[in-house]
Design a protein around this ligand. Structure first.
Ligand code: ACO
Length: 403
């Protein structure tokens, strides 16, 4: 038999990088991260500069098209978002097929895929104008899909988008307006939600964005590629962590465990427990998004007069972990998910929708990366190699002889 170990040496050098932590998969102009210094920039603009008057739509445009929009570009794109906010009536029938208990991330992924069926004109993009139309349609409709997924889960009818409202307010309107208005349009709420979306908008080659680029590398269309991104984001080690953080804080609050005992369990290698919302592949100092959100969280809760015991528990966990050698040596700090959930709760967003909010925020990043890859036009399909560790050569044994 041929010894496959010799064959391996003939197939050229393969780098072995589990988790791809040291592999550069592409060249990109979109987002810069320096994890040791806690730097995050979108198109060269430091994240902190988006804090005053945050506007998610203009950040989305900067990520997708390379620079902040001028007045006319902004007005045009906003008009396009308004025009595309509604769903095709036939699309709504699809919602009826999901059980009420369907996880909203499953519904979102499926419904984004469904956009490929209802908008076939965007399956082959001819130029940037057509791409811009596809991007506007996707960004606009994803918010409607998310809101309707939530309403279906409660058995409530669709709330039609209100063309007079800007992007974020319109989302709150579609989620909560009927049968009774249960949300605040206070400036602080809109600012916090805009900021949350902005802070999630891109993060270079994270798991979901790499998935979008992987799927896009085969030539798959924008909708199909972004639907795959939603699936990747769903996992608890990625976007799903924002829900897991609240579950963790709730469990502590309900008296199942003290913060000290939880941290001890998270350090115990025999337990499968982690301190959720802590640690990051790239940030080994602090996550600048978490620093901003901690501040926003305190201010928003104060402004709304909410005394959420989960905030105190989160701060206690942070205090314990940041003075514990386990976390210090491993350079584990709060990440974007640690405080975002407490803000979303204060706004009235249910925990089941947290990862969906992350997806709405990350969508411009996915679109920007999909388009950058599409435009780079090197035509290369992504196809990593592996290090085979199986049998050298097996033998097919007929079933009758297998006992
Ligand atoms: N709690 C306890 N221990 C942890 C944690 C944590 N949250 N995070 C990492 N560690 C430990 C690991 O067990 C490992 O210990 P070891 O060296 O003794 O084996 C060490 O720290 C290094 O961790 P890795 O898992 O190798 O780090 P990696 O870069 O692969 O993973 C990740 C990063 C997935 C974010 C991890 O820190 C984690 O699981 N955190 C909790 C989940 C979470 O908050 N995810 C959201 C990430 S941000 C985002 O996607 C938006």
């Amino acid at each position: 038999a041929i010894d496959i170990r010799n064959l391996r040496s003939q197939s050229g050098l393969i780098t072995f990088d589990p988790g791809l932590g040291n592999t550069g998969s592409c060249q990109s102009d979109i987002t810069f991260i320096e994890g040791d210094l806690g730097i995050l920039r979108y198109r060269g603009i430091p994240l902190e500069q988006f804090q005053d008057n945050p506007n998610f739509v203009e950040v989305a445009l900067a990520l997708i098209f390379g620079e902040l929009p001028n007045q006319e570009q902004y007005a045009q794109f906003s008009a396009s978002l308004t025009k595309n906010a509604n769903l095709d009536e036939d699309m709504k029938h699809h919602f009826a097929g999901f059980p009420r208990s369907a996880p909203p991330m499953a519904v979102l992924s499926a419904m984004i895929s469904t956009l490929s069926c209802f908008h076939p004109e965007f399956l082959e993009l001819e130029d940037e104008t057509q791409f811009a139309r596809a991007a506007a349609r996707l960004i606009s409709k994803v918010r409607t899909l998310a809101a309707y997924a939530y309403r279906r889960s409660l058995g409530l009818p669709y709330n039609y988008p209100d063309p007079s409202l800007p992007y974020v307010s319109n989302f709150l309107h579609m989620m909560f307006s009927e049968p009774y208005k249960q949300y605040s349009m206070e400036e602080e709420v809109l600012t916090a939600l805009n900021l949350i979306l902005i802070l999630h908008a891109d993060h270079e080659q994270n798991c979901s964005t790499s998935t979008v680029r992987m799927v896009g590398s085969s030539g798959a269309n924008l909708f199909a590629s972004c639907a795959a991104g939603v699936s990747a984001l769903w996992g608890p080690l990625h976007g799903g962590a924002n829900m897991a953080v609240i579950d963790m804080l709730e469990a502590i609050h309900q008296g199942n465990m003290t913060p000290e005992a939880y941290v001890a369990l998270a350090k115990d290698k025999d337990s499968s427990v982690k301190l959720m919302g802590f640690g990051h592949r790239v940030y080994r100092n602090f996550d600048p998004r978490a620093t901003i959100l901690r501040d926003v969280c305190e201010k928003l809760l104060n402004k709304l007069g909410i005394n959420d015991p989960l905030l105190e528990i989160a701060k206690k966990l942070e205090e314990i972990a940041l003075s514990d050698s386990y976390f210090i040596e491993r350079k584990l700090y709060p990440n974007v998910d640690f405080y975002s959930g407490i803000i979303l709760r204060a706004i009235g967003i249910p925990t089941s929708m947290f990862t969906v909010i992350f997806a709405i925020g990350r969508l411009p990043g996915w679109i920007a990366h999909w388009y950058e890859q599409h435009s780079q036009n090197d035509g290369k399909i992504w196809r990593p190699r592996q290090v085979y560790t199986g049998l050298n050569e097996g033998r097919f044994i007929p079933r009758s002889e297998r006992g």
